[in-house]
Design a protein around this ligand. Sequence first.
Ligand code: IPE
Ligand code: IPE
Ligand code: MG
Length: 244
Amino acid sequence: MTSPAHVAIIMDGNGRWAKSRGLPRVAGHRAGVEALRNVVRAAPQLGISFLTVYAFSSENWSRPKSEVSDLMGLLKLFIRRDLAELHRNGVRVRVIGDRESLQPDIRGLLEEAEALTLANAGLTLVIAFNYGSRDEIVRAARKLAQAALRGEIEPHMIEAEDIAGALDTAGIPDPDLVIRTSGELRLSNFLLWQAAYSELVFVPCYWPDFGGDNLAEALRDFAGRERRFGGLSPEEAVTPALAR
Ligand code: IPE
Ligand code: IPE
Ligand code: MG
């Protein structure tokens, strides 16, 4: 079975998971961190090289202050508690999203995680935090416009690769597979540029219930897909002798 090199996950459904148990939403987020740990451990064994997880969107600031602060706290706890293990396991951490508007202590932790694991050659764990595709594309457009103003690039020479290279995901291959849990059927501003030809798998279970088995199942689903990238399937691409 060919495994996707890059799997990206929209970890959704923490709140509903908690609600279905009569628990506060934060309990769902805590359980969600546990699910994340399990999936990060399972990913390399399933042949995945890049795992991107959507942890906090640029639109999630519109949630109640207390929930935003719970989510910030959980990220800090995750980095503090898990960084050593991630490093031991050869995981390289990358963070995508706008860091400017994050609190200095969170920024510091994210930078520490990236710096410590920079030379690791195992799984690349990409954490999308304060991430939104539109915001990412806006920031990339500004970078290119500034480079043009400085005379470093000619606007008419800008190619898709230049845009890709100005995104937070520069150097990371596009996701082959995007998984969303909780039954919602949308992308919610996640990797809109990068997922142009990704296969999408929507899983009904809430994120805290998602584990290695669910990931393996999504990979089986992926293996049965035919990716055409706008071309034809191999059989159709061969010109039939009779039609010639
Ligand atoms: C995903 O779970 C986690 C984040 C968005 C941070 P939700 O918090 O969106 O859970 P639901 O969708 O309300 O169930
Ligand atoms: C997407 O989930 C963001 C993350 C998983 C971090 P949301 O729960 O915020 O998305 P919507 O509001 O249902 O589209
Ligand atoms: Mg949600």
